[in-house]
Design a binder for this molecule. Sequence first.
Ligand SMILES: Nc1ncnc2c1ncn2[C@@H]1O[C@H](C[S@+](CC[C@H]([NH3+])C(=O)[O-])CC(=O)[O-])[C@@H](O)[C@H]1O
Ligand SMILES: O=C(O)C(=O)Cc1ccccc1
Length: 242
Amino acid sequence: MSKTDNIYANPIGEVESFRFDQQVVEVFPDMIKRSVPGYTTIIDGIGELAQKYVKPETRIYDLGCSLGAATLSIRQAVNDSSCEIIAVDNSEAMIERCQLIQSSYNFEMPVTVQETDINDMVFENASFVVLNFTLQFLPRGQRQELMDKIYQGLIEGGALILSEKLTMGFKEIDENIIDIHHNFKKKNGYSDMEIAQKRAALENVLIPDTRDEHYKRFKSAGFSQYDTWFQHYNFASLIAVK
Ligand SMILES: Nc1ncnc2c1ncn2[C@@H]1O[C@H](C[S@+](CC[C@H]([NH3+])C(=O)[O-])CC(=O)[O-])[C@@H](O)[C@H]1O
Ligand SMILES: O=C(O)C(=O)Cc1ccccc1
């Protein structure tokens, strides 16, 4: 069982920018479930989608894997020994814990867990690529290049799953949905102060795009099909197929 997230429970004079450090690793499963509406449904759905799109003798990439929840879901759902799943994150603390977790499960599908910046990745022979709440942490200027590289590395018919916090296209709707998300966090036990301090920490760190911006990027990379397969408030998961 993961420890309870109380990182922002006490008043902090000056809130520092959010980082995926050891303190976050210790509470991460609790933090993400209490903060991201639909997270568990998305993780299960990624396993279901992997069963549709993963092909034998191809690679699967989990980019910004954190503790490898999506990797585990795919390993469990597909478990084909001819495939290889590559899980990457640029947080040393996350990767260390992810390695420990993944090695405690015995599946046929080989898994490589590596500490790498996703901008430095080379994608080859991929049938399934996962960006589960990771692209939102990249500076906007780096997002199209990554999308282009993923597209190039996918086989024909291969799929990219992109889960993101979204900005709604209209200001008033956006403000209301953000407010409803904060209520979701409150119902999950976070105080107003915790919510406010976490929001400050994520400012300029988690930069959400609109759905249209994501669709534009898919189109520009060359994806022929794309859609939204899940949404709960301003948290959505999109699929793009080559
Ligand atoms: N440039 C980068 N290169 C590699 N990793 C990065 C980079 N930038 C951020 N990260 C990593 O992206 C992850 C984002 S969390 C993903 C959840 C997971 N996918 C899950 O299915 O549980 C989402 C969240 O916490 O909202 C963190 O582990 C970062 O270290
Ligand atoms: O906590 C939030 O408000 C979020 O938007 C999601 C989140 C979840 C875990 C780490 C960083 C951001």
